[in-house]
Design a protein around this ligand. Structure first.
Ligand code: TXA
Ligand code: MG
Length: 339
């Protein structure tokens, strides 16, 4: 059931659902989450079950504000405090050392916890209301079946989990790709997942260089399993192929010849998502133009993948985004979609 997220009755119904140990479709500025009380291990177990997600993949816990951090986190380095000041509420998740005994199931038993304070007004209103009822946080992975494309509208969530799930409608997500994840437990900030907030922006605020995963000392403890970091993830049913503009143009030319019966391999149905403009009349394929800037592309990316996939094409051909740092989040999701 989808309820309008901007009504106080909807927030009240969502509070009842969470306090009763239920699951909820939660709008955030990044993607929709499948949420449960982070301190209710049984409720959290239902998330793993519904998603088909392995129980050792830790979930992000969403909090109303920085005051809830102390409930979950045992220690916080100075640079993490600066990042919270600068970027919360917003699309930034911090991995911190966890107090023993809190959010056990949500963290998959890891000694650390991922915390994020979302800026979406509906998520914020719900988290505030829950905190008054002593619910400190919502564990919420993206509200999609394991390995599939993340949802950016309430209808996407309903498509994944059916009409029995209570979903708060918060409109289309404004960021569109999952939060940037920074590990704060290794002395220096380490980027675990790129997102809308870039390492350059983080460095400017905390004064420390953000390390990549590859730069981690090989002798340090391995990071826990993390779905968003698996090589094949965010995948539609259709095969995704990433190509630079020149290769994509050549593939399109070949396809055009095939459609006119000039080459074999007909029957292949293709959708194209590219920044370079494809004359719509030259070739009978589904075509969506990729915006010129990374922010606009991130915002629509998952909805476009779902929309093209729903047309029943065999392949989705996508132009490789620019190497510019601003595009890192989009590039990462596309590389994983191409698996
Ligand atoms: O934008 C987002 O972050 C969205 C919305 C709903 O907030 N959530 C999201 O959750 O993307 P999920 O479960 O799809 O991604 C959680 C990822 C894990 O796959 C892992 O990469 C990381 O967060 N993570 C969570 N807890 C961690 C921990 N204790 N240590 C290391 N990584 C952790
Ligand atoms: Mg996910």
């Amino acid at each position: 059931m989808i309820l309008p997220g901007d009504r106080s009755e909807s927030i009240a119904a969502a509070v009842d659902c969470i306090r009763g140990g239920g699951l909820l479709g939660l709008p955030t500025e990044t993607v929709y989450g499948l949420a449960a009380n982070a301190d209710d291990d049984q409720a959290v177990a239902q998330i793993f079950l519904a998603k088909g997600r392995p129980a050792d993949h830790p979930l992000i816990v969403h909090v109303a504000d920085a005051s809830a951090v102390a409930h979950y986190a045992a220690a916080m380095p100075e640079f993490a405090k600066l990042l919270i000041q600068a970027f919360w509420p917003g699309p930034l998740t911090l991995i911190l050392r966890r107090h023993a005994g809190v959010a056990n199931a949500a963290t998959g038993g890891n000694p650390t916890i991922g915390l994020r304070c979302p800026s979406h007004p509906v998520a914020h209103a719900l988290l505030k209301a829950l905190m008054k009822d002593s619910v400190w946080g919502l564990a919420a992975p993206s509200a999609n079946q394991f390995g599939r494309v993340s949802p950016t509208t309430a209808a996407h969530v309903q498509g994944e989990f059916g009409d029995d799930l209570l979903i708060l409608d918060g409109g289309s997500c404004s960021v569109g790709i999952e939060s940037t994840i920074i590990d704060c437990t290794r002395g220096a900030p380490v980027l675990l997942r790129p997102g809308a907030i870039t390492p350059e922006q983080l460095q400017a605020e905390c004064g420390l260089r953000v390390l990549s995963k590859d730069e981690l000392d090989a002798s340090s403890a391995p990071a826990p399993k993390a779905s968003g970091t698996l090589d094949s993830h965010y995948a539609p049913r259709a095969r995704v192929r990433l190509m630079i503009a020149g290769d994509l143009q050549r593939a399109v030319d070949v396809l055009g010849a095939e459609k006119q019966g000039l080459a074999s391999n007909e029957g292949l149905r293709v959708a194209i998502y590219s920044r370079f403009w494809l004359e719509p009349s030259t070739i009978p394929v589904l075509y969506r133009r990729m915006p010129d800037d990374a922010t606009a592309t991130a915002q629509q990316l998952f909805a476009v993948l779902r929309e093209l996939d729903a047309q029943g094409v065999n392949e989705i051909w996508i132009e490789t985004p620019p190497a510019d740092p601003a595009w890192a989040g989009v590039r990462d999701r596309l590389q994983r979609a191409a698996g």
